[in-house]
Design a protein around this ligand. Structure first.
Ligand SMILES: NC(=O)c1ccc[n+]([C@@H]2O[C@H](COP(=O)([O-])OP(=O)(O)OC[C@H]3O[C@@H](n4cnc5c(N)ncnc54)[C@H](O)[C@@H]3O)[C@@H](O)[C@H]2O)c1
Length: 339
């Protein structure tokens, strides 16, 4: 099986080589690496490959999938959990199987979310640069106790539940909304099941852990922000387009949003996973976000722990081998996953 990796980063190759060395059928696997994102302009590079391996910001629209199918690609192996960047019905029509890594380390992302909550609350990003300049004033660094606060989690899958466990360790009351889970399924985790409106109205901290779908696109918008507690903390480690960024900027300017921590951004495909330090960033909305003292942005690094990378590599290789040997895969994604 010949697989072409798109959006390759040099930290990935040794991890995949190590995972491959532990698998019996390694000899039948040939991997090639391409730094370019998968786009309509680069899709033809997959000519002669059986599979492409793609990441979060690769374009797997109908146009790209048609080119891949024409070049003989039968498998799209996502080395991530989210599949919002794939036109699944188009892949089905073209006979391309799409597989993903449904869970590799929910703790990695949940721990990143709590890092953002704590750093924003205690203003670590400000105090670090202040101390380096010899300024030991505490003015402007006032935080709040997490203990006794209410956190609303939207999405109670693997990552949402991992974050709930961490927050409960701080003495935080966790309320949650997940249309895929019944109240009886939620309650054993000591989470109070509530409506989305209730989350917006009662939470001091709101953290997003649902997938990006047509139902969740821009769920954080002018209307939902207006329902929130003044000064609310918003955390998004899921997908950028859950948030209507101009609406959040309005909320930050008025003080309705007191803190924003994002590891993902709707237009991140043009920015993240590359060094743009010598360039003028053209995205004015993103640049505006960076001007707020109460905004913390990281470049989609929630997944980025050693354990998670190893798990991603192992599961991706297993997915490719399972498809090669059986023409199917337990981690495949089809239209039923979109409902
Ligand atoms: N920042 C990162 O590096 C990173 C890494 C991995 C995953 N993610 C993102 O985190 C998200 C969650 O991952 P997970 O592993 O917990 O997924 P999961 O599939 O285990 O859980 C997602 C949960 O969201 C629920 N859900 C679906 N629609 C919803 C809605 N409209 N409102 C509320 N909940 C809804 C589902 O029922 C499910 O329980 C992924 O979709 C992905 O986009 C980000």
């Amino acid at each position: 099986m010949k697989t072409l990796f798109f959006s390759y980063q040099d930290y990935e190759r040794p991890v995949f080589a190590e995972a491959l060395s532990q698998i019996d059928s390694q000899s039948s696997q040939q991997f090639s690496w391409q730094e370019a994102h998968l786009t309509p302009a680069t899709a033809a590079l997959a000519d002669g490959y059986d599979a492409v391996c793609a990441f979060v910001n690769d374009d797997l629209s109908k146009e790209v999938l048609e080119i891949l199918a024409e070049k003989g690609v039968k498998l799209v192996a996502l080395r991530c959990a989210g599949f919002n960047n794939v036109d699944i019905p188009a892949a089905e029509k073209l006979g391309i199987t799409v597989v993903r890594v449904p869970a590799y380390s929910p703790e990695a992302v949940a721990e990143h979310a709590i890092t953002m909550i704590m750093a924003l609350n205690r203003k670590i990003h400000k105090s670090w640069s202040r101390v380096r300049e010899g300024n030991f004033h505490l003015h402007g660094l006032l935080g709040f106790n997490l203990y006794g606060r209410v956190a609303g989690l939207i999405g109670l899958g693997r990552i949402g539940l991992a974050l709930a466990r961490i927050l409960q360790g701080f003495g935080v009351t966790v309320v949650g909304y997940d249309p895929g889970m019944s109240d009886n399924q939620i309650q054993p985790f000591n989470i109070t099941p509530v409506s989305l409106k209730e989350i917006y109205k009662t939470s001091d901290i709101i953290s997003l852990h649902c997938p990006l779908t047509m139902h969740t696109y821009h769920m954080i918008n002018d209307c939902s922000i207006s329902m929130m507690q003044p000064g609310v903390m918003l955390i998004n480690t899921s997908r950028g387009a859950l948030i209507d960024t101009p609406a959040v900027i309005k909320g930050l300017k008025s003080g309705q949003v007191g803190y924003l921590g994002i590891d993902v951004y709707e237009q991140e495909g043009d920015l993240f996973f590359q060094d743009l330090s010598e360039e003028v960033i053209q995205d004015d909305v993103f640049q505006r976000l960076l001007t707020f003292p109460n905004v913390l942005v990281t470049g989609h690094q929630g997944f980025f722990t050693r354990e998670a990378l190893q798990a991603i590599a192992g599961i991706t290789i297993n997915n490719i081998i399972e498809f090669e040997q059986t023409d199917q895969c337990k981690n495949s994604v089809d239209s039923s996953c979109l409902r």
